[in-house]
Ligand binder design. Structure first.
Ligand code: SF4
Length: 202
């Protein structure tokens, strides 16, 4: 029997989590009438494709501007706000660069990273494992948010007034520490409680 695998797809980082009709038509080419797309809470669609077709499908998806990511214990693609105040003012290039550096990296358990272009915080960075909030010309970094469960928690500030380069370095470092020292299937929230915030970047 032909093996199927699940991949995550979205339209990349832009003004809102949108897909155009060409992208939708391209996705539907690889679906039978009874197939379903799963809409996740994380601005991704899950689609099942034949494992043997994976490279070809991803190439075609990317040719129409879709972004493809693995499903499972990886860093999710960056969740963002809608950048309503403009691309530059709200740091869209910085969000794209963060996503380029981290999305799809293997980690002990699915890791959610969110970005928001101003302190109104529509991207909900405080409820994500790692959250970035642009404030004036700099970036504040939060860790330890947990949106789910009775023990849901708001993240706390780890560093503030970061430049883009400082932000990239520290986010990559946190993910590397979690990938290295986290136990198998240990959530980032639990990991952080176990090792303590400052150990993340010591
Ligand atoms: S966080 Fe700020 S820039 Fe982003 S969508 Fe909300 S109000 Fe607009």
């Amino acid at each position: 029997m032909d093996n199927k695998i699940k991949i995550a797809v979205n339209g990349g980082i832009g003004f809102g989590a949108k897909l155009n009709s060409k992208q939708l038509m391209t996705i539907s080419k690889y679906m039978d009438e009874e197939d379903e797309l799963e809409l996740t809470t994380f601005q991704q669609l899950y689609i099942e494709i034949l494992e043997d077709d994976k490279d070809e499908v991803i190439k075609e998806f990317e040719s129409v501007g879709l972004k493809c990511y693995p499903v499972g214990n990886y860093v999710k693609s960056l969740r963002t706000c809608n950048f309503c105040k403009g691309e530059e003012r709200e740091g869209m290039p910085v969000a794209k660069e963060i996503n380029r550096r981290i999305a799809g990296k293997p980690v002990p358990f699915t890791l959610k990273v969110a970005y928001t272009g101003c302190i109104i915080g529509c991207g909900e960075p405080m409820l994500s494992d790692i959250g970035v909030m642009k404030y004036k010309d700099h970036y504040n970094l939060y860790v330890g948010g947990k949106a789910k469960g009775k023990d849901a928690e708001v993240g706390s500030l780890l560093r503030e007034n970061l430049t883009p380069e400082e932000l990239y370095d520290i986010v990559e470092k946190i993910i590397a520490v979690y990938a290295e020292k986290g136990k198998k299937r240990e959530t980032f929230h639990k990991f952080l409680k176990r090792i303590g915030k400052e150990q993340l970047i010591s």
